[in-house]
Design a protein around this ligand. Sequence first.
Ligand code: 3PG
Ligand code: MG
Length: 418
Amino acid sequence: MAKLTIRDLDVRGKRVFLRVDYNVPLEEKDGQMLITDDTRIVATLPTLKLLMEKGGKLILTAHLGRPKGKRDATMSLKPVAARLSALLGKPVAFVDDCIGDKVEKAVGAMKDGDVMLLENVRYYNEEEKNDPAFAEKLAKVADVYVNDAFGAAHRAHASTEGVARVVAKRGGKCAAGLLMERELKFLGDELDKPARPFVVILGGAKVSDKIKVIDRLLEKADTILIGGAMAYTFRLAQGYKTGKSLVEPDKADTARAALEKAEVKKVKFLLPVDDVVAVPVKTDKLDKKGKPVIEWQNARTNTDMNCPDDAAGLDIGIATVAAYSAEIAKAKTILWNGPMGLFENKQFAIGTNAIALAVVDATQKNGAKSIIGGGDSVKALNKAKLGNQVTFMSTGGGASLEFLEGAVLPGVAALSDK
Ligand code: 3PG
Ligand code: MG
């Protein structure tokens, strides 16, 4: 990586303005917001510890949710400060604003090695607008800028991009944190020159979400395994019936083009050979979004490439699991992005969990490098308690996907070159 990292910095006595991605899931319980998954907080600890050791004054800034420029108590970062303090085993000061006198005063009282977390930057509309005047205000307490928020690096916002420009213009350094460095190493360098065979597993609901990634990986992968509802748009492209499965008819041409490119590039491109189908029945119950809860009836394995008219495909079947696992077992590098089915529902998580086990096996027994590209696949691995048995799990969702598409992330571009 050609970007400066915190290893290269001397931060003793300096105010380090550190952007982190603490956009963690919260749940309300008895009027309190509780963190249900602190992975993203834990992932920044090496960066914090190194900067503390080096004697910096750490001013952390982050967003939580999408408050759209308004103060919303359910999206306060206060509970995050408490969790961070517990994880670090030292006090973490919390300031209930991210700009202004209150912040400047609190920072003025900091000692070397102190840690402070500022309130949600998205309480200001100017953050998402990347407003230059707002970036100047943030930068008032910054001698050095560090970005460890890989998960938000696809956003050109004031705290991820604008403030770096301000610091750099003053001659200050802008560096990547250790998490950012690791993300770029595994999703970037390791996949640029992968040990072969390089097997890519792609799932999820939509072809449209993944087509750029598919197209790019068709240049690099030896094998691509397709799962999730996305597979049905490919089936549609091949002329099969897809019943009530989730499909994107307007993306059938795109799917066909990918199949043709795979042939030209001699990439082994596998689609499910069997699946689990079920009949959707609307119930009277409503989900959190107020939509009727669907009950799945008559779930069964289907070995016909055509889906029954009254059913939808919801998971890959056992023959597909076997075929995909055999490919995964040969891999030296594995990239996985997207679940194989509706894994949130236990009934349809079998395929995703079996693929997770195959990836873990290849990692543990064959020494394959397994890289999990964020979002739902990370959720699925954690749910199966297998997260610590793969080589790397990204903390990014949208950011990982954009990076895998080959996009330049604004939060990375703004950092100083080595
Ligand atoms: C995420 O959770 O994907 C990142 O923190 C970015 O959040 P955003 O999608 O609201 O910009
Ligand atoms: Mg998001």
